[in-house]
Design a binder for this molecule. Structure first.
Ligand code: 13P
Length: 290
């Protein structure tokens, strides 16, 4: 059932587990994510960036696919349809398209004051429509042009200022980055997480760049207040590895295995299996309507 993400993340924060937020790339991806969540009776967040929405022919197509699949597959667990890293303009488009949860990422705005002002505006608009809101303080690095930037550390005072606007959950840099972590990555900064948590109280915190963080660090972060973990690259790697193995085995050349329903199946089965492992690592299995 489609819901906003506020209640499921408050329950996660109280219950010391995290809800997985998986990025979707197409209908099959969404189906795999929903299959994993339903099988484990876990709440789940299906999220999409503007870039991935463009690939899927617009925010409305993405939202309609999630909504229709929830109906068709008779999904019983709570599912939020979330905009990931929305620009100010993207937020309005995703709201219009029927997303149930919005991330306004104002961390790239010229000033923190502009991030604050726009976050306040988006919170007012979304709460008026029953949608949840994620905001971001401090940039979350990643690999750009082959160069990995170090993950930033969010300023706890800025986190508090954004939290006070009434956002439902907050992304804050604690040394995490998007994409694969470089070999010399120093790990998550638990000191920073503790300082941020001390400022924002029971507000659920979001860990971006969930791919490749060692499980012991994931579990520690959850115990310290991380309630939503974003995962994108991990499922892409699982998909492409399974497809590579399928082609290298030569099975695609047998019978009618060129049929996309057969050709893409190993990849999608791998996405279901990996999503289930992550849901179990994050501890949200069996927490459907907790
Ligand atoms: P990864 O691709 O590193 O898993 O990051 C996903 C993410 O944080 C989306 O916002």
């Amino acid at each position: 059932m489609l819901v906003n993400a506020a209640q499921m993340l408050q329950s996660a924060e109280k219950g010391h587990y995290a809800v997985a937020a998986f990025n979707t790339n197409n209908l099959e991806w969404t189906r795999s994510i929903l299959t994993a969540a339903e099988e484990l009776q876990s709440p789940v967040i299906v999220q999409c960036t503007a870039g991935a929405a463009k690939w899927q022919q617009g925010f409305k197509t993405v939202a309609d696919v999630v909504r229709d699949l929830c109906d068709y597959m008779k999904i019983t667990v709570p599912v939020a349809m979330h905009l990931d890293h929305g620009s100010y303009e993207d937020c309005f488009k995703a709201i219009e398209a029927g997303f149930t949860s919005i991330m306004y990422d104002g961390s790239h705005e010229e000033t923190f004051e502009l991030n604050l002002a726009r976050t306040a505006e988006i919170v007012k608009l979304c709460h008026g429509k029953g949608l949840s809101v994620e905001a971001e303080v401090g940039g979350i690095g990643g690999v750009e042009d082959g160069v990995a930037s170090k993950g930033e550390l969010a300023d706890p005072a800025q986190c508090k200022a954004i939290a006070d606007l009434g956002v439902d959950f907050l992304a804050c840099g604690i040394g995490n980055i998007h994409g694969l972590y470089p070999a010399d990555w120093e790990g998550l900064s638990f000191d920073q997480l503790a300082k941020i948590k001390a400022e924002v109280g029971d507000l659920p915190l979001v860990l971006h760049g969930g791919t490749g963080i060692p499980t012991d660090q994931i579990k520690k972060a959850i115990s310290m207040g991380i309630s939503k973990i974003n995962v994108n690259t991990d499922l892409q790697v699982a998909f492409s590895r399974a497809e590579r193995a399928y082609v290298e085995s030569g099975k695609d050349l047998e019978g009618k295995n060129y049929d996309p329903r057969k050709f893409l199946k190993p990849g999608f089965d791998a996405v279901v299996a990996r999503a289930k492992e992550l849901i179990i690592d994050f501890g949200s299995d069996g927490k459907g309507w907790a």
